[in-house]
Design a protein around this ligand. Structure first.
Ligand code: HEM
Length: 437
């Protein structure tokens, strides 16, 4: 905990909470930078319901302090409770303290380096099937195609469902489940709405997905080949035995699988779409990426991905809610205040990244990125479990695309906030040129 070095509360706009909340939920990319410019690296905004206090931090020293803070006093899970009706009460994203520790401990073995290597061939195969359906001269609706790839990666690599008949049943249902708009979020705050259309349909679909998942879990528990299987679910079923923990129950397993689906699907699709978009706008960088795809230089492809995630943070802030009065960044803050390292402001800061507005993958190959400045996956004990997974997946998909196609973007894609994920608002259309053509 730092010493108090500032008096009172951090400065911030005095506008009414309705307006701030509306702006915050609608377009943070537009509204946060001017507030930062006016009030500096730490500022307070008021959000409904409440209004509650959200203090945003942009200085890397403060970001570091928050990520390193005691998780029992800096809760991350409770800020996500709106997702409980779909992710379930055991979700690692929604829990804090002991239950969170248990969830992470049991999930981590499926996300180690050696697990990543085992997942790679299937990700490659999924990407190839998708790219086989593309043609020279096609206009690619990039976000849709990347969503199709990342959804199949979750179904096949995470859930371990590779049987085509089962996939055909699961795909549309899971697709509907992940397509959550603002209207659906409303029902999560007022669950009685789930009795009415269109919420009723969403809820029924979710129940059907749950039934399929429970059936999959039950079948896998008794599968003869469980030991030899490489998917995440099978690994999770094996961990309990070796980690000195009570293994995950069926309900816990369901909640964690749905969490991985919702946390890992559109985020990775968006990161890939932004990367291809930036390559489509920068032919000279794309030439390097094409060469990297041909020679198996995955480090360069990963740098292209990391730099796109820097310039276009998929999640633009993370939050911790104080369980007691705390001093953060020199400010004395009350219990109940939410503190939020801003990913967007960290990534766009010239003192963190020279000429931060430019797309330059070499920052991650030639240059050295300082700690707590590139934070697309958050940090501390809550850092994204799927960080290595999404970088592996992104690198493999980029390699497969670029071995076969050059891409061209005609115009700059606008950012759009879709619930909590930032995506290219026009889905990042690209013109494909077959490399052999
Ligand atoms: C580009 C892709 C992704 C981005 C940008 C991203 C970003 C994030 C961020 C910002 C957090 C919150 C971290 C914090 O509070 O400090 C998070 C948490 C999480 N992510 Fe990701 N993520 C991505 C992909 C994935 C994937 C592929 C998976 C799983 C397959 C995944 C699973 C999770 C889980 C389970 C958590 C909760 C961790 C916890 O609370 O302990 N994410 N992610």
């Amino acid at each position: 905990m730092s010493e108090v070095t500032h008096e009172g509360l951090p400065p911030g706009p005095g506008t009414n909470a309705y307006l701030t909340t509306w702006r915050f939920l609608r377009d943070r990319y537009k509204h946060i930078p001017p507030i930062h410019e006016k009030y500096g690296d730490t500022f307070l905004i008021k959000l409904l319901p409440g209004p509650r206090s959200l203090v945003i931090f942009a200085d890397p020293a403060d970001v570091k302090e928050i990520f390193a803070a005691d998780p029992s006093q800096f809760h991350a899970g409770e800020g996500n409770t709106i997702l409980k009706p779909v992710m379930g009460e055991h979700s690692v994203l929604l829990t804090d303290d002991m239950e969170h520790q248990r969830g992470r401990k049991l999930l981590m073995p499926a996300f180690t380096g050696s697990s990543m290597r085992a997942y790679t061939p299937l990700v490659e195969a999924i990407a190839k099937v998708e790219i086989d359906s593309w043609h020279d001269g096609d206009k690619l609706v990039t976000l849709d195609r990347m969503n199709a790839i990342t959804l199949d990666v979750i179904l096949q690599v995470v859930f371990g469902v590779t049987d085509e008949d089962r996939l055909a049943v699961l795909r549309p249902k899971v697709n509907r489940m992940v397509n959550i708009d603002a209207k659906m979020l409303l029902a999560w705050s007022y669950p009685k709405l789930f009795a009415l259309p269109p919420w009723r349909g969403y809820f029924k679909n979710q129940q059907e997905v749950d039934e399929l998942l429970f059936a999959e879990i039950a079948e896998r528990r008794t599968a003869q080949d469980l030991e030899g299987r490489d998917d995440v679910l099978s690994r999770l079923l094996r961990v309990g035995d070796t980690e000195g923990e009570e293994p995950l129950s069926d309900i816990e397993m369901r909640d964690q699988l749905v969490t991985l689906l919702l946390a890992g699907h559109e985020t990775t699709a968006s990161a890939l779409s932004w990367t291809l978009h930036e390559l489509g706008r920068h032919p000279e960088i794309q030439a390097n990426a094409l060469a990297a795809a041909d020679t198996g230089d995955d480090a360069y492809l990963e740098a292209c991905l990391k730099e796109a995630m820097r310039l276009h943070p998929i999640i633009d802030f993370v939050a911790r809610t104080l369980q007691s009065d705390q001093v953060v960044g020199g400010w004395a803050l009350k219990k109940g205040t939410t503190v939020a390292p801003s990913i967007m402001l960290s990534h766009s800061r010239d003192s963190n990244f020279a000429d931060a507005h430019l797309y330059d993958p070499e920052r991650f190959t030639v240059g050295k990125v300082a700690a707590n400045t590139w934070i697309p996956f958050g940090g501390g004990v809550r850092r994204c479990i799927g960080a290595a997974f999404s970088l592996m997946e992104g690198t493999v998909v980029l390699r497969e695309v670029l071995q076969r196609y050059e891409v061209a973007a005609e115009k700059v894609a606008p950012n759009k906030l879709r619930n909590i994920t930032n995506v290219p608002g026009d889905k990042a259309p690209l013109r494909l040129k077959a490399r052999s053509a």
